[in-house]
Design a protein around this ligand. Sequence first.
Ligand code: NAP
Length: 474
Amino acid sequence: MQATTVLYLVVAAAVLGGIRLLSSPHYARWGNGLAAVAILAAIVLVMAQHNLLTTSSVLTAIAVGSVGGAALAIQVKMIQMPQLVALLNGCGGAASMFIALAEASSPLASAVLWAATFAVTGLAVIVGSFTLSGSLVAAGKLHGVLNEKAIILPQHSWLTVVLMAGLAVYLVAGALSPITGIGTYSLILLPFSLALGVIVTVRIGGADMPVVITFLNAASGLAASLCGFVTENALLVACGAMVGASGVLLSHKMCRAMNRSLLTVFLGFERQSSQGQEQEVAALHSHGDVGGADPVGLSVELLRDAKDVIIVPGYGMAVSQAQFKIWELAQALEARGARVRFAIHPVAGRMPGHMNVLLAEAGVPYEKLFEMDAINEDFKRSDVGLVVGACDVVNPAAINVPGTPISGMPILKVYDSKHIIVCKRTKSPGYSGVENPLFYHDNAIFLAGDATCTMLSLIDGLSISKSDGENGDE
Ligand code: NAP
């Protein structure tokens, strides 16, 4: 075996090891570092092997990329991470698109007549540019500069299908009997692929956004892998395939968590008719909340007596940066002898793993975090279900009301808890725009306000009732 092949295998194994380590919160930082070093080694290796650029230009490119990336990562707030991830997916797509176009327009490429080379290069251009434009639209929606809701153009599904079919036919026909050189062939594919990325992504909004992010992640990996074929680089094929495969697995997991399929998400089937759902949801508002004049005081009483508390964090926790105070409250409850666990819905927040990252940042041990399936049946045995800044992931309308943007999505069954405490600024709907009847349950207390401030009030209330108890004991 050649020395380069061995080095390629070592780098590929290091990337795989890095990804593996990411699955453990204790070693995730190491995994991230290992994968980053492996990718750097891959760049150096390929540059040295093919003698592609001068050392100084490679170093300059690495320095510019590193400084730009670091500046962006330092500046970005935790709640802006989803759009950063979408942008980085777009960068992956753009890199693949440019590499494929550069290969296709190189002087040597004009002599290429192989159908397979045409097809693979064309596919790399399609997937790379689709990923670029789709990711930019997704980032725009997540950042609020584009309409966050699904934008549906006239005959949108047909437009998507016709564009996809047209690209597929041209890809195959143009490769089998080329009437132009590979450079022109690739350039013709470019605008249509960019348009496809926009058309597919603009129609997705609301609760389906997590699937778009993971799908574009998979697409950026696939684009890189195809570029590996174009440039005949096995390392790029392997690393791209790993990213692509993990993106596909994550998309599958997200779809399963939302009871959706990729086809229904991308072609916009189901969940379209929300007509009449407002009335149906309103009909579920059978009772007012039971907070009375002093909802915080009542909540403190419930928490003080609770033996089993399940906390459900949502996007509002991220906005408020309430994870630190939530953990402080959990510790205060544990000190009083309660069992406290965190229930994590797979699409809680605005990106996969959002809640896990924030709670880990606050120091919550990973053993206290439970996935939906592992904890859902325990709500009925819990004394208090404490919802902090979550809405869609605990919305019973997903089960009870057909035709809403979240209908069919499995939810965390907080409604089963003996008592429910909801901490949120208002009773307005979450990301999907569907009203939440949980806030009106007859065993629910609604604590209106910023999540961090509410957590502070609860912590203060518990500490006062503790010192009262101690004084009473004296
Ligand atoms: P959600 O349904 O969007 O609800 C979050 C709630 O947080 C809002 O209703 C908001 O209500 C409240 N909030 C905002 N700022 C707050 C603050 N400072 N203090 C207290 N509350 C605050 O969130 P979720 O239950 O986590 O569900 C996630 C939703 O996002 C799902 O629909 C999911 O499909 C979608 N999504 C997820 C991802 C992903 O990958 N995880 C990506 C994109 C979209 P007020 O304004 O009334 O306070």
